[in-house]
Design a protein around this ligand. Structure first.
Ligand code: PGA
Length: 250
């Protein structure tokens, strides 16, 4: 069976309750039953907006996710949220190891893996982000770096059902620059090739591409072999753009 596409919107630190409710409501209304046969559409708002987005989705099929979680179940961790709290807030997914967290908060692969384990334990699907810097790509080390992150960030008990990979070259995020189709194809194929040693049902595990996905390049990117969806930042803040990206799937 073909893999269902996952188009995920990472709202980052954007939005107000009013804007979030309007955006989620528009997406939920536009995401119809026939679409849901081959597509999962997910939005990941900032944590304080989860409740308002959950309410705006109502009985719609739009999925709700978060942008990060703490590896522990509870405790003295000021400012953090647990995976269980996110689950109870109505989330099905949580992004872990986004490059902005790896850079801004010094998160390493071991911490990303611990967060992914915590997410799975709470019943969430972690979207595990990996990607090389420009210097690493220019050094010809992109595949080596990304496969290293993959094996060190993936939890031990991974399957197609309980984890999603997002390949996001750091230099493509928010820059308007994207790798060539050939480079995306090569990296996704390398990731697919490495997965059987790391996960069960590896051929069915979704590998998203992220980094400057827009309505005008989504069709080309989503048509690449082993690209099973997209993690979208800037363009997910506009319902029309996000829906156009989702509609670009082959
Ligand atoms: P971008 O962000 O689409 O704005 O490049 C992608 C991401 O950070 O997930």
């Amino acid at each position: 069976m073909a893999i269902r596409y996952l188009i995920a919107g990472n709202w980052k630190m954007h939005g107000t309750p009013t804007l979030a409710a309007a955006l989620a409501g528009e997406l939920a209304n536009a995401f119809t039953d026939p679409d849901a046969h081959d597509l999962e559409l997910l939005v990941c708002p900032p944590a304080p907006l989860l409740a308002v987005v959950r309410a705006a989705i109502g009985s719609g099929k739009l999925l709700l996710g978060a942008q990060d979680c703490h590896p522990r179940e509870e405790g003295a961790h000021t400012g953090d949220v647990s995976a269980q709290m996110l689950f109870e807030a109505g989330c099905s997914h949580v992004i872990v190891g986004h490059s902005e967290r790896r850079t801004d908060h010094g998160e390493d692969d071991a911490l990303v893996r611990a967060k992914a384990v915590a997410a799975q334990a709470a019943g969430l699907v972690p979207i595990i982000c990996i990607g090389e810097t420009l210097a690493e790509r220019e050094d010809g080390r992109a595949v080596e770096v990304v496969l290293g992150q993959l094996s060190a960030s993936l939890p031990p008990a991974c399957s197609a059902y309980n984890a999603v990979i997002a390949y996001e070259p750091v230099w493509a995020i928010g820059t308007g620059r994207t790798p060539t189709g050939r480079d995306i194809a090569d990296m996704h194929s390398a990731i697919r090739g490495a997965l059987p040693g790391l996960a069960t049902g590896a051929e069915g595990m979704r590998i998203l591409y992220g980094g400057s996905v827009k309505p005008d390049n989504a069709g080309e990117i989503l048509a690449i072999a082993n690209v099973d969806g997209a993690l979208v930042g800037g363009a997910s803040l506009d319902a029309g753009s996000f829906l156009k990206i989702a509609a670009s799937r082959p």
